[in-house]
Design a protein around this ligand. Structure first.
Ligand code: NOJ
Length: 759
């Protein structure tokens, strides 16, 4: 009898909700407080008890992929009482259906659950890690791979992804640099927009209720990448200027692109843990950027306010977090266990709870969950839309477009099929599929990823190129006998191709390294191969820039292939054989040694800048034992052809500080013998500021395709507002003064320089 009353009430509530009309058809991008949605949310809120509202602010993990302490609470009793807003890491489609059924049919109000997951660089079809994809500088490609991830996941019951990660990464020790777009705020912002558009849809005004929409998350707000010494979860101490001018722009870009949610970062910033930082989560995020979605904590981030030394106990932590602007507690159960009491004691206004619950319910409406709680569960769609030939093709192209050619002595690469040569294929990652997907690889089947050996074998089948294989070492172990086997293969070959690098576990969350060289076993292997005198092509797979100083000296060609995903072997083979001409450019500086970290191109000049042509001068800002320059700079990458930039011209030499622009043109020529794509980069230096300005800042880029010998004029519109920054008064504006500008092939290319001024 009791059960039927509950389910009747549930049905009534659902009818009431459904009668509010069909879901919004506005787009994410244009969503800014849809009155119709607000009215519907009001009608639900009126029915809810305080505890039910706090329930909406509660998220539990289905404990598939644990990224923190396992919570002892079994969440089922909460689910049955309608006290859960979201569940994440539920990977069984049947499980999701069952949980949704409980929420919808057996709870008092029948409010559907939001199902989240870390769909970071693919769901079943795994694309290159985000850092790798960013090296393509191909925004449309990144939009599309995010969209494909959404299409695949949104059939399996998932409707919310914890991506894109938009943290600036300047320190390669930090394992999470693999998840972001590198060190640059401008590029990071453009990539953030592309990925938000891809996950959520709406780039062309599409409705956000389309079934391949995933609610996206801008994370981790903020400055998680500024963790001291690259140690995960560590303290970030940085000036408000650096925070605003360097770290915040990609989050702001995600907010402006209509991202539905944000995730708070684990770190403290200048003494205040982000999860308890009202200035960040409310004043900046909502006040300055106009964000209207909801904010989720990171995994037990609210509980962690206690060990941070910011809250006395978990009740205090919950109060601080909700006051700061955290709307949903991930996994920690601090809200559901404490906030009812906090409201009753007058420590938290009920209005604060209403606001948070409202924001969460709004997203559920916008996702169409009140219309059909099962709309993201569709076996038929899942079958049709998973790992399709088109997705495989996109993934293969994404691999090739992400591989950065770092060195190519004597044009050792490419090795076309017609080459009469034997290749010795060696190294721990040559015949490996398990590592290829990298970390955060969703449901990607690691056994299905294409090893490089397989890619090369298929590529050179029935061709003049012959292959022999000997592993030589595992990732961090080898023996003299294994090395001897690889050396013997090298001796019988004309060229060695060695696939080396990191284990995929060595990057991602809680995966920090203080030594970022190749492991000793692999260095021994490469040393022995070098002694054979055979030319060596190094293919490096890693989730971060490594210190490749020794390899730069000893290897003949180097390809940085990151963790390439499902189609890894094929995409890399396309590059090696020259069927794809490398076009990727680094988005993070590669250091010469770990002691240089953090290292980034947009550094400050200092009062004692060192002359880069003669660094060994006393009392300058230099090192005694190293250059200050990176081994490979931001924006750098070679190609199988060459390019020349010339004829840099500005339509005027000065502009006003507001509402004005300068048109910059330059000619780019493909001066080599094969077709290729070139990333033309526009950098600016603001010579004097009310706070000091970086020696260079990226302000624009274009990726253009050029046939052999072809020339093309590129045009950039540099607006005065593109030069705005937070100055001494912490207001964002463009300051008058003189500027230098470069149109360049990389951040250290000063060949085409011009000057202009702001009146
Ligand atoms: C912790 C990570 O920091 C965050 O990025 C991730 O989304 C959550 N765990 C959920 O897995």
């Amino acid at each position: 009898m009791k059960k039927s009353i509950i389910s009747l009430m549930g049905t009534l509530a659902m009818m009431l909700l459904a009668s509010c009309g069909s879901p919004s058809t506005g787009s994410w991008v244009s969503y800014s407080g849809d009155r119709q949605v607000e009215r519907r949310v009001d009608s639900v809120l009126q029915l809810m008890t305080l505890e039910e509202k706090i329930g909406q602010m509660t998220q539990f993990s289905a404990n598939w992929s644990i990224t923190g302490p396992v919570m002892s609470d079994d969440f089922k009793p909460y689910l049955e009482k309608g006290l859960i807003g979201s569940i994440f890491n539920a990977t069984s489609v049947e499980g999701i259906r069952r949980m949704q059924q409980i929420a919808v049919d057996s709870t008092r109000l029948g409010i559907p659950i939001l199902f989240g997951q870390d769909v970071i660089h693919g769901y079943k079809t795994i694309f290159p890690i985000p850092l790798a994809e960013a090296c393509s500088w191909d925004l449309e490609m990144m939009r599309r791979t995010a969209e494909i991830a959404a299409i695949e996941a949104a059939s399996d019951g998932i409707n919310w992804t914890f991506a894109p990660m938009v943290d600036i990464g300047r320190d390669a020790r930090w394992g999470r640099v693999m998840e972001g777009a590198g060190e640059d705020p401008y590029l990071g912002s453009r990539v953030a927009e592309a990925r938000v558009a891809g996950f959520q849809g709406g780039v062309d005004g599409k409705a956000l209720v389309e079934v391949h929409t995933l609610l996206a998350t801008g994370k981790h707000l903020a400055a998680y990448g500024a963790a001291e010494a690259g140690r995960d979860y560590h303290t970030a101490e940085l000036s408000e200027h650096t925070l605003r001018n360097v770290y915040l722009p990609p989050y702001e870009a995600a907010a402006k692109a209509g991202v539905g949610t944000f995730m708070a970062s684990f770190n403290e910033i200048n003494g205040v843990p982000a999860t308890g930082d009202r200035w960040l989560m409310t004043d900046i995020l909502r006040g300055e950027w106009g964000f209207r979605g909801f904010v989720v904590s990171d995994y037990t981030g609210v509980n962690e306010l206690v060990p941070h030394g910011f809250a006395e106990d978990e009740q205090h932590a919950a109060e601080l977090a909700v006051h700061a602007g955290i709307d949903m507690d991930m996994t920690g159960a601090t809200f559901i266990k404490n906030l009812t009491q906090s409201v009753e004691e007058g420590k938290v206004p009920e209005q604060t709870i209403d606001n948070a619950a409202r924001r969460i319910l709004e997203m559920k409406f916008l996702l169409g969950l009140f219309d059909d709680p099962y709309r993201y569960l569709n076996e038929e769609r899942a079958r049709k839309n998973s790992m399709t030939p088109e997705f495989m093709e996109t993934a293969r192209k994404a691999v090739a477009a992400s591989v950065v050619l770092l060195k190519n002595e004597d044009n050792l690469l490419p090795i076309p099929k017609e080459t009469e040569a034997t290749l010795a294929l060696v190294g721990p990652l040559m015949n490996d599929s398990i590592n290829l997907n990298g970390e955060w690889a969703g449901l990607g089947d690691r056994n299905k990823s294409v090893p490089i050996l397989k890619g090369l074998t298929e590529k050179y089948k029935d061709s003049a190129v012959k292959l022999i294989y000997a592993e030589g070492s595992s990732i961090d172990e080898t023996t003299p006998a294994r090395i001897a086997e690889a050396v013997s293969a090298a001796r019988r070959a004309d060229i060695v191709v060695a696939a080396v690098g990191e284990s995929y576990h060595w990057s991602g969350e809680a995966a920090v390294r203080t030594d970022i060289r190749l492991p000793e076993a692999q260095r021994q292997l490469l040393g022995a191969l070098k002694e054979t005198g055979k030319p060596i092509v190094l293919v490096n797979l890693s989730g971060r820039p490594l210190d490749l100083s020794r390899e730069e000296e000893e290897m003949d060609a180097i390809l940085q292939a990151w963790f390439p995903g499902t189609q890894g072997g094929h995409g890399i083979a396309d590059v090696i054989a020259g069927d794809y001409n490398p076009s990727a450019r680094l988005v993070m500086s590669f250091p010469r040694n770990v002691g240089q970290l953090p290292i980034y191109y947009n550094r400050k000049n200092t009062g004692r800048p060192v002359d880069l042509n003669d660094e060994r001068v006393d009392y300058k800002s230099n090192y005694l034992d190293s250059s200050i320059t990176p081994l490979y700079p931001f924006g750098y990458g070679l190609s199988y052809t060459t390019y020349v930039i010339s004829d840099l011209a500005l339509d005027k030499s000065s502009m006003k500080a507001v509402d004005d622009r300068i048109t910059v043109t330059a000619t780019v020529q493909n001066s080599g013998e094969r077709e290729g794509e070139m990333v033309v980069q526009l950098y600016v230096r603001d010579l004097v500021g009310s706070v000091t300005r970086p020696v260079k800042e990226l302000k624009g880029f274009q990726k253009i395709a050029l046939k052999a010998g072809e020339s093309r004029q590129v045009t950039f519109e540099l607006r005065a507002e593109d030069l705005a920054f937070y100055g001494i008064d912490m207001k964002k504006k463009t300051e008058p003064g003189n500027f230098t500008l470069w149109v360049a092939q990389s951040s250290d290319d000063n060949g085409n320089e011009a000057t202009f001024s702001i009146e």
